[in-house]
Design a protein around this ligand. Structure first.
Ligand SMILES: NC(=O)c1ccc[n+]([C@@H]2O[C@H](COP(=O)([O-])OP(=O)(O)OC[C@H]3O[C@@H](n4cnc5c(N)ncnc54)[C@H](OP(=O)(O)O)[C@@H]3O)[C@@H](O)[C@H]2O)c1
Length: 265
């Protein structure tokens, strides 16, 4: 099961898993976008189940998991990728200094990024416990590992996912369920579209990426596939960072010229 499978990183993960031979339950809010993703997966010869709902609503996570397991005849792997970033009414992401942030920024992120993560993991547990090759991959973020001014609400929820991942990895280890997380850096998706399009901000962000470029959903999906696959059979409790070097200590300082920070007072 892949949540947030309609676009961006989640869609690339669904395609990577299908290429590796998985039948997939694809979850998101938008049915139309999910149908597009479904076509892509079916072209690879895999079975699909579509399951739609808003993870901000209580009860949705349990329904989505049950529908996925019923449609697939069980559940081996949960890749929980859907998350939200502070966004305006048009869905456009924005950064906001902590002191100016409020419930509009925090509440939806706490509900979806933390609340639904908890609910999905709990709902998936009985299915995963019955599988001989069970794995959970939580798509967190490098923001959960490092300081990210003006993104505090997002970073807090991503750090919470890492905390849950570590506890579940130990708690569920003897049940044969591996639990890991992925920590991408800046990836070219709808979530980061406003940052990509604002040239001074994009230049500043990329100046802190040793690889000096936006990552693609496909290269991040390859890392998620590794964590989900039997190739990672000894890996549990791990946060796999795929960030172009952002989080390497001092990696961003190695002779790369820096524009002035947009956050300078
Ligand atoms: N892009 C980056 O630079 C970056 C960096 C680090 C980590 N990440 C993480 O990677 C994951 C995917 O990010 P992305 O950039 O691919 O995001 P995205 O382009 O915004 O796509 C988000 C996906 O989640 C679904 N979704 C959003 N809100 C939902 C809700 N309330 N209920 C159910 N589904 C929902 C969306 O479909 P619908 O709108 O149809 O529901 C879509 O399929 C997230 O966990 C994000 O935090 C991203």
């Amino acid at each position: 099961m892949v949540t947030g499978a309609s676009r961006g990183i989640g869609r690339a993960i669904a395609v990577a898993c299908a290429e590796a031979g998985a039948d997939i339950a694809l979850a998101a809010r938008s049915t139309d976008a999910l149908h597009d993703a479904e076509q892509e997966v079916r072209k690879l010869g895999r079975q699909t189940v579509l399951t739609c709902g808003d993870l901000a609503d209580s009860g949705t996570a349990v329904r989505l998991v049950d529908e996925a397991a019923a449609g697939l005849g069980g559940l081996d792997i949960l890749i929980h990728n859907a998350s939200v970033f502070p966004a305006d009414d048009t869905g456009t992401s924005y950064l906001v200094p902590f002191a100016e942030s409020g419930s509009a920024e925090w509440d939806p992120l706490l509900a979806v990024n933390i609340g639904a993560t908890v609910d999905l993991c709990r709902a998936a547990h009985p299915y995963l416990a019955a599988s001989p090759k069970a794995a959970v991959v939580l798509v967190s973020s490098v923001a959960g590992l490092i300081a990210t001014p003006a993104m505090e609400a997002y970073a807090v929820t991503k750090a919470a996912q890492l905390s849950l991942m570590r506890s579940l990895s130990v708690g569920w280890a003897r049940q044969g369920i591996r639990v890991n997380a992925l920590c991408p850096g800046w990836v070219r998706t709808d979530m980061t579209s406003p940052m990509q399009q604002h040239a001074p901000l994009s230049d500043w962000l990329m100046s802190h990426v040793p690889q000096g470029r936006w990552l693609t959903p496909t290269e991040v999906a390859a890392a998620a596939l590794f964590l989900a696959a039997p190739a990672a059979s000894s890996v549990t409790g791990h946060a796999l960072v795929c960030d172009g070097g952002v989080s390497v200590p001092d990696g961003g300082l190695a002779g790369i010229p820096k524009p002035a920070s947009p956050f300078a007072a």
